[in-house]
Design a protein around this ligand. Structure first.
Ligand SMILES: Nc1nc2c(c(=O)[nH]1)N[C@H]1C(S)=C(S)[C@@H](COP(=O)(O)OP(=O)(O)OC[C@H]3O[C@@H](n4cnc5c(=O)[nH]c(N)nc54)[C@H](O)[C@@H]3O)O[C@H]1N2
Ligand SMILES: Nc1nc2c(c(=O)[nH]1)N[C@H]1C(S)=C(S)[C@@H](COP(=O)(O)OP(=O)(O)OC[C@H]3O[C@@H](n4cnc5c(=O)[nH]c(N)nc54)[C@H](O)[C@@H]3O)O[C@H]1N2
Ligand code: SF4
Ligand SMILES: [Mo]
Length: 745
């Protein structure tokens, strides 16, 4: 007997609605849900492989516990006993900082990952917090924190209404978009062109996205901040700035003018390897467009000047009057966000409130650079990391110098991984706790709705019921919280009750909340939902900006209402949110924050010294492939092979100069080590740039990834030693670092 079930796809940030075909307890097919309010039927090859992913025979079904050095299957009780026995004594003996928490990317794709890690950190109170953000978007959090006072207030391009899109270091035709949730990003870009809008793409590679563009600028990797500073320079020099409605809400424009003074067209053109005319035209077009949005992603973020580039992206949006207006770059408002409050001064954003123990890196958003985890494990002394809690994280492949991290993780006293696979990182754990398959997990996009180009809400219950006694990921993480808090054995539902109690107590005390003055217990009793996760979603929806306010606005959102609309509820296009969204101490946009101004010295020095300017050395950039996802989707036959391979792309001129033949092996060397990969000669790169994708290197022993390990590829991050960081955000420089390449005999 076959039936269908709806499920929002968790495999990338586009959040497409899928219609799954379910036979008995297996997913046998997936197609785009045409009635989905947001994705309207769009699907990509990864979504279409949902069934294969769900049924992957390598997926762990039971916990693993290490005994006598070997991981063996165990019961859930045994597994949590081992976690409690492993963690608490270390915390008691060595203090909270002896436990490092590592949170990986899939946490933002699960309900549990959005709800419990904060509570885990609250229970542990460790400063050793590491996440994929410092391999990714931390520069954007820092620039938003400084500009707007809220690290999560990240403007997204209003894709469906803009007249002009300037896309920097992003390749949504392969990635499907990031920090800009837009199912069918490719279709939306084509629609922009069809309605007469313009698309400019800045990328050292001629990507599929660049091929769609009206203008493609291929700068030297790592130089975007200088390019952007030059665009700002042109706006000032040609009197093209016009803040429009933002005029009364922003301070510091004159300071910005001074900071970009050195970035003349000529200087920037030489530094970036672009023509001055192209830079000037790009600035003029941006200023002249009726509406425009500037958007930068991974290629402008995981670079030497990532925070400066991220800041300049929004400076351009602001100086052209495009921030917070339809067709510009806008702030989404998700259904579970706290309700808008009156405008006014906020707490602001502080950076560097503490520093990492070994190298003294400043914290950002309460995190330390993931690239420094190994040294925190290896270096003895007070505060040394002796235990690791890894949730949905594979830093052995995703972060710099996996070989060193391998050795470090092998040396810790205790490690627990919450992961469905026995992968390169989880293989070091003493306990592996596997969450159920996605088809057996409920779904709501707590995180990505906050970055979506249209406000909407969707919720799916698990498509296939969990067998009795099998905890879902919410329960696994709740029990982990209890172990960390020294409450092992208590009812995991207690964790949700505590979360609900705390949130409601705050809400009733808040004069701006719709439930101000009411009784928390009365409100808690009105929550619906079959599980703790569902009740917490119900609470957040009802307290949220579109919520029913527990009866105050009877037409508003609640879990019940969302369940009545299985294809989702559309909440309309993004709407202007300034000044309400601002949380700076001044209550205004702070265009010229001190930490940024100070870091501009570094960029100015680079410009003068032409650090990248001699043009002789090779630099490496990454790339993504549509049928891949970071480090964990190489185990599905449907997605492997073809052009999804770990090759070193080399420009024909460089290949000829270096004696590299297409298909032959090349040895690539840099600070952290060397790797060998097959050469793919292609004219789609800027000369002097080579490209190797990340997430490969599945040749380590002790994993259970039978398909991936048969075609392991090379780990690009082995080329890095973890010392290259964007200083303000602690983000690893994964793009635009120097390499040497030679034929491998
Ligand atoms: N050189 C280079 N390195 C990069 C990048 C790059 O562009 N270039 N990109 C960086 C970026 S943007 C990111 S986000 C990071 C990602 O880095 P990570 O977050 O460390 O890596 P992922 O490959 O996403 O692996 C996540 C782990 O989660 C597990 N997992 C999958 N689904 C679930 C689930 O539902 N629950 C749980 N608990 N676990 C699950 C997988 O099995 C895998 O072990 O990589 C970064 N590394
Ligand atoms: N298919 C697929 N989709 C994914 C993922 C995946 O691994 N595979 N990962 C997901 C994750 S975690 C994320 S964060 C997003 C990322 O989504 P995107 O930000 O779109 O990431 P990429 O596709 O890596 O695109 C980055 C582009 O930056 C370019 N680049 C490199 N260096 C520079 C530079 O110095 N300047 C400029 N201007 N460009 C540069 C690269 O050539 C590349 O084309 O994708 C998500 N979606
Ligand atoms: S675009 Fe992303 S969300 Fe949509 S089907 Fe593909 S992987 Fe899933
Ligand atoms: Mo990412």
């Amino acid at each position: 007997m076959s039936r269908t079930a709806l499920r929002v796809c968790p495999l990338c940030e586009a959040t497409c609605g899928l219609t799954l075909t379910v036979e008995n307890d297996r997913v046998t097919g997936a197609r785009g849900d045409r009635d989905d309010v947001f994705s309207a039927g769009f699907i990509c090859p990864k979504g279409a492989a949902f069934g294969e992913l769900d049924n992957d025979p390598d997926r762990l079904t039971r916990p693993l516990v290490r005994r006598d050095g070997r991981l063996a299957e165990a019961s859930w009780e045994e597994a949590f006993d081992a976690v409690a026995a492993g963690l608490r004594p270390l915390i008691d003996a060595y203090g909270p900082d002896s436990v490092a928490v590592v949170l990986g990317n899939p946490n933002v794709h699960t309900m549990a990952g959005a709800l419990y890690p904060t509570m885990l950190l609250g229970a542990l109170r460790t400063r050793n917090v590491y996440t994929a953000s410092t391999l990714d978007q931390m520069p954007k959090h820092v620039s938003s924190g400084l500009l707007f006072g809220d690290a999560l207030a990240i403007p997204v391009p209003d894709l469906d209404r803009t007249d002009h899109l300037l896309l920097i270091g992003a390749n949504p035709l392969e990635s499907n978009g990031s920090l800009c949730t837009a199912p069918d990003f490719p279709g939306r870009l084509k629609a922009l062109r069809r309605r007469g809008g313009r698309l400019t793409v800045v990328d050292p590679r001629r990507t599929r996205t660049a091929k769609l563009a009206d203008r493609h600028l291929a700068p030297r990797p790592g130089t975007d901040a200088a390019l952007l500073a030059a665009l700002v320079h042109v706006l000032f020099a040609e009197e093209l700035t016009d803040l429009g409605r933002l005029d009364g809400h922003a301070d510091g424009a004159e300071g910005v003018r001074a900071l970009v003074d050195a970035f003349t067209l000529e200087a920037a053109a030489a530094f970036c390897g672009l023509s001055a005319a192209d830079i000037r035209e790009t600035a003029r077009e941006l200023a002249a467009a009726p509406t425009a949005a500037v958007y930068g992603r991974v290629g402008s973020s995981t670079v030497e000047f990532g925070t400066l580039a991220s800041w300049l992206v929004d400076v351009l949006n602001i100086l052209t009057g495009n921030l917070d207006r339809p067709g510009g770059a806008m702030f989404p408002l998700s259904a579970t966000a706290p309700p808008p409050r009156p405008a006014g001064p906020g707490k602001g954003f502080a950076l560097g409130r503490w520093r990492s123990r070994v190298s003294g890196h400043p914290e950002a958003k309460s995190e330390l650079p993931l690239a420094t985890l190994a040294e925190e494990i290896e270096t003895p002394g007070e505060g040394q990391v002796r235990a690791v809690v890894a949730i949905a994280a594979n830093p052995v492949l995703s972060a710099p110098d996996g070989d060193r991290l391998d050795r470090a993780l092998a040396s810790v006293d205790f490690m627990v991984s919450v992961d469905p696979y026995l992968g390169e990182t989880a293989r070091h754990a003493h306990v592996v706790l596997p969450p159920p398959r996605p088809s057996q997990s409920p779904h709501h996009d707590f995180v990505f709705n906050g970055f979506a180009v249209r406000n909407q809400a969707r919720f799916n219950r698990e498509a296939i019921p969990l067998p009795d006694g099998r905890p879902d990921e919410g329960e696994i993480l709740a029990r982990l919280v209890l172990c960390a808090a020294g409450m092992h054995g208590a009812d995991p539902a207690e964790v949700d009750r505590t979360a609900v109690e705390r949130t409601l107590a705050k809400a009733v005390a808040d004069p701006h909340a719709p439930v101000h003055g009411r009784e928390p217990a009365e409100l808690a009793a009105r929550l619906t939902g079959r599980t703790g996760v569902e009740r917490r979603l119900d609470m957040m929806l009802r307290l949220g900006p579109y919520g029913d306010g527990f009866g105050a606005r009877p037409d508003g959102l609640s879990l019940e209402k969302l369940l009545e609309h299985p294809h989702g509820i559309d909440l309309g296009p993004m709407r202007p949110r300034i000044p309400e969204v601002l949380r700076t101490r001044s209550g205004r946009i702070e265009l010229c924050p001190a930490p940024i101004a100070a870091d501009m010295d570094r960029l100015r020095r680079a410009l003068v010294e032409r650090l990248h300017g001699d043009g002789t050395g090779l630099v490496l950039v990454g790339r993504r492939h549509l049928r891949s996802n970071n480090s964990w989707m190489h185990n599905l036959p449907a997605l492997t092979g073809g052009s999804n391979r770990c090759t070193l792309q080399v420009h024909p001129d460089d290949a000829a100069r270096l004696g590299l033949a297409d298909g032959a092996m090349a040895r690539i060397k840099s600070d952290g080590g060397e790797v060998v990969a097959p050469v793919e000669v292609t004219g789609t790169l800027r000369a002097g740039v080579v490209s190797l994708p990340h997430g490969w290197g599945h040749d380590r022993s002790g994993t259970r990834l039978s398909v991936a390990s048969a075609a392991p590829g090379a780990n690009v991050n082995q080329l890095l030693d973890g010392s290259r960081l964007d200083p303000l955000s602690g983000t690893a420089v994964l793009n635009g670092f120097p390499v040497q390449v030679e034929p491998a005999g």
